[in-house]
Design a protein around this ligand. Structure first.
Ligand code: GLN
Length: 486
């Protein structure tokens, strides 16, 4: 077996038993990247030299008996997380030469656990998008079908994991950006509870929705990575001082006695692909065959989630992105003649069309005279959505839904039609609006052989329950074992 195809769990065992070395593992991953990166386009920046150095250091630590969880494990990182000394572009021309002087907390924790960072992955500019086509640098292709999108905005991370160009990856999820690409690429994607992972060093898009998440080849690997990056951080006041459990703790418990809610609103959705509906129905049966009790629940405000999100997220973005003014960070247009032309030219040339669209929408929604009609109304809907979930979790511990209404669509199909692109986020946005955790796991394939994902959502800080249900579903199925032919 080629070492790049290992899961983290397998590699960890082989490294500890000294059957392989970290250097061999990194070499296998780098060879894999060399042979297929020109087809997939998952990375913006690769750091091979420093990765080899870190691998040699990991081997020394293993020899001295160190058993840190991720020692020697090659991990890729979405280019939205600040990495000290490594260019961090956020998929944008405005940050194309930005080299952060510090590590994000999630990165620092990865490094402390011994992980080897191999590079920064492609993404939609400032994480705004669902296809990775809005990157200022390149198009990332879905490893299962190179003519299709990998999902977004963490498309590079999802494609890299699916194509064995790393053993696991970090992403970020503001409205579905970890779960949706995971679903389209046939890997496991976890967005934890808001506050579970520090946002320090995560480039801000919509601060009340943003969370760091993980992409992995198995539920176990996901739980392992997630535990490493979770926990309170004094540098992010929204990170929660809640103890971090071992998320694999309850794997030994089955699903007997677990109640799973299936929201009726999600079953009657217009525009849902037949293969997705079928895979979803079969997944409910699988959960029942494992002993779970599946019941109907209602999330009555679901039809308003897309509209509320696409007011709140751009509003926060318009404020967060004001800092890219050509003064403190990144690109400044050299043709500027005075202060106002500097702002105008820098931002017109530095930002791509989707980011400009969001800034305009957000600025409009927050402006005097419109604030009450848009931002305030959207915030009120957000409260109703939070209450929907609260009520649902009175009768069940897990909610089940599809991740996306269709499998991965062809490159170019929706790029000129932002509204259709926004509508494809219908299943994932609510978890961000309410702050609850959600995980996407492989649950089938379309007739064309494209992966389909199943979303499990849980109550605040109940990731352990989600991982338990996801683990048993994965054990009972083999979708996660199939590999794309490249
Ligand atoms: N697709 C959504 C958007 O464009 C979500 C993006 C994300 O989660 N970062 O805003």
């Amino acid at each position: 077996m080629n070492l790049c195809m290992l899961t983290i769990q397998q590699a960890q065992a082989l490294l500890r038993e000294k059957k392989i070395t970290a250097v061999e593992l990194i070499r296998a991953v780098m060879d894999r990247i060399r042979s297929i990166e020109n087809k997939v386009g998952a990375f913006i920046t690769l750091v091979e030299t420093s990765a080899m150095e870190q691998a040699r250091e990991a081997d020394r630590r293993i020899d001295s008996g160190d058993s840190s969880v991720l020692l020697g494990i090659p991990v890729a990182v979405k280019d939205i997380l600040c990495t000290r000394g490594i260019r961090t572009t956020c998929g944008s021309g405005i940050l194309k030469n930005f080299i952060p002087p510090y590590d994000a907390t999630a990165i620092q924790r990865l490094r402390e656990a011994g992980a080897v960072i191999i590079g920064k992955t492609n993404m939609d500019e400032f994480a705004m998008g669902s296809s990775t086509e809005y990157s200022a640098f390149k198009v990332t292709r879905n490893p299962w079908d190179l003519s299709r999108i990998p999902g977004g905005s963490s498309g590079g991370s999802a494609a890299a994991v699916a194509a064995d160009m790393c053993l696991g990856a970090l992403g970020s999820d503001t409205g579905g950006s970890v779960r949706q690409p995971a679903s389209h690429c046939g890997v496991v994607g976890m967005k934890p509870t808001y506050g579970r992972v520090s946002r320090f060093g995560l480039v801000a898009f919509a601060s009340s929705l943003d969370q760091v998440g993980v992409l992995a080849k198995s539920v176990y690997d996901s739980a392992l990575l997630m535990r490493v990056i979770s926990g309170h951080d004094p540098r992010d006041s929204t990170s929660a001082p809640v103890p971090v459990p071992d998320y694999t703790r309850d794997f030994k418990e089955g699903l007997k006695g677990v109640t799973i809610g299936v929201p009726v609103e999600y079953r009657s959705l217009e525009g849902m692909d037949a293969d997705v509906s079928e895979a979803f129905s079969k997944s409910i049966q699988t959960m029942e065959s494992l002993g779970a009790r599946c019941v109907e629940v209602s999330l009555p405000h679901t039809p308003y989630a897309v509209a509320a999100y696409y007011v709140i997220a751009p509003s926060e973005a318009s404020s967060n992105l004001a800092r890219y003014d050509g003064v403190k960070y990144g690109f400044r247009d050299p043709e500027a003649t005075d202060l106002s032309s500097m702002y105008c030219k820098t931002r017109s040339k530095g930002f791509g069309p989707e980011v400009q669209r969001r800034i305009l929408i957000g600025t409009y929604c927050l402006s005097a005279g419109y604030y009450d009609a848009y931002y305030k109304k959207a915030s009120q809907i957000r409260t109703l959505i939070i209450q929907d979930f609260k009520k649902a979790f009175e009768t069940c511990q897990v909610l089940l839904s599809p991740v996306a209404p269709t499998p991965a669509f062809p490159i170019g199909e929706k790029v000129e039609d932002p509204l259709t692109m926004y509508l494809s986020d219908v299943f994932t946005l609510s978890a961000n609006l309410s702050g609850i955790p959600g995980i996407s796991i492989p649950c089938g394939f379309s007739k064309e052989g494209l992966p389909i994902g199943l979303q499990l959502m849980g109550n605040h800080f109940d990731e352990t329950m989600l991982y338990r249900a996801a683990y048993h579903f994965e054990k009972a199925t083999d979708f996660h074992l199939k590999k794309p032919q490249l």
